[in-house]
Design a binder for this molecule. Structure first.
Ligand code: BDP
Length: 322
């Protein structure tokens, strides 16, 4: 150490040095708008963490997709330009194939089954597989992304009605094949493109949960909501590995704990929001259609057969969860 630097460091108050060494501002991006359950839970988590770390970790939020599509945000997180995000498993699948076990159509029996799985060892195992992959992100906890159903311009009351309809899905080949197996025509595009694609008729429909259909205004151009329940997708909260490695072990511990707490916080927010969204959609003239799920389940069997083999053990574990 040279003389000048020694002097400079000696002149700095010790407390400031300790603080400066570990102080970090976390930029947190989410495709969903302010007030959405994921975003509210992320804000609550940040507040708790700032307090727990005595102000070392501070948070700045970028909801509403202002930092780009989920794919773009993931890329920025991989290089450390964004520190944290919550991302749909849909777009993680093509990069970390292990997670596609959760992306298979009808893999979960219902919401409670999905929650019991993510709260248990299989949930942790999938988070670890993301963290230990080349993805460049540390997966910390799960958020609830609800159940995905079809919404379309013309009603889908039975499987045959879907024939030839162009349905937007997330950029994951498994989802395209799922829609195709049901007789539709799966088309991948970013979340932000759906509204105008519906408006202009580039697509005939999409598939998502009620809060997304409402908050992203998709219901304005798709008035039929068919309760196929083909996907129940949990969504990991992730941190850039570059950021993670800058944290002290104590900070890492606190981040993990806060993310796990956010998992349950968001769940309660989700249930409320989902019920309220259903009411709002109905009030806006959306027809909720109860369909016989069996034909949709049967039609997607080839997708499970094609993709399921590498996950045989995991699938057994998932099925065994009550
Ligand atoms: C929502 C997810 C969001 C995805 C979106 C989509 O919460 O992360 O971006 O679906 O389908 O349910 O693009």
């Amino acid at each position: 150490m040279n003389f000048k630097r020694t002097l400079l460091i000696a002149a700095l108050p010790l407390a400031f040095l300790a603080q400066a060494a570990h102080a970090l501002e976390i930029k947190f991006a989410d495709i969903h708008p302010a007030g959405y359950p994921t975003v509210v839970a992320e804000e609550n988590m940040g507040k708790a963490l700032t307090k727990d770390t005595n102000g070392e970790l501070t948070f700045k939020y970028f909801p509403g997709g202002v930092l780009g599509s989920e794919k773009e945000v993931v890329e920025q997180a991989q290089v450390g330009a964004i520190q944290m995000t919550r991302v749909s498993l849909g777009i993680v699948g093509p990069v970390v194939p292990d997670v596609n076990v959760f992306n298979m159509p009808f893999i979960f029996r219902d919401t409670q089954h999905m929650r019991n799985v993510i709260d248990g060892p299989v949930g942790d195992e999938i988070l670890d597989r993301i963290t230990n992959s080349e993805f460049g992100l540390v997966a910390l906890a799960w958020m609830d992304g609800g159940t995905r159903n079809l919404y379309t311009k013309k009603p889908v009351r039975k499987l045959e009605d879907l024939k030839g309809m162009k349905i937007r899905v997330q950029g994951n080949p498994m989802f395209i094949e799922t829609i195709n197996a049901m007789g539709g025509n799966g088309i991948a595009m970013d979340t932000g493109e759906i509204f105008s694609a519906l408006q202009t008729g580039v697509i005939d429909g999409a598939e998502n949960n009620p809060p997304t259909m409402l908050e992203h205004n998709h219901y304005q151009n798709a008035k039929f909501y068919s309760l196929t329940g083909h996907l129940i997708l949990p969504e990991p909260i992730v941190m850039s590995k570059i950021t993670w490695e800058k944290l002290t072990p104590t900070q890492q511990d606190l981040v993990k704990k806060a993310a796990k707490a956010a998992q349950l916080d968001e769940r309660a927010l989700w249930d409320k929001k989902s019920a309220a969204s259903e009411e709002k959609l109905k009030a806006a003239g959306v027809e909720f259609i109860t369909v016989d799920k069996k034909p949709f389940y049967d039609a997607t069997a080839p997708v499970r057969a094609k993709y399921g083999a590498p996950y045989a053990d995991l699938i057994k574990k998932i099925e065994a969860v009550q």
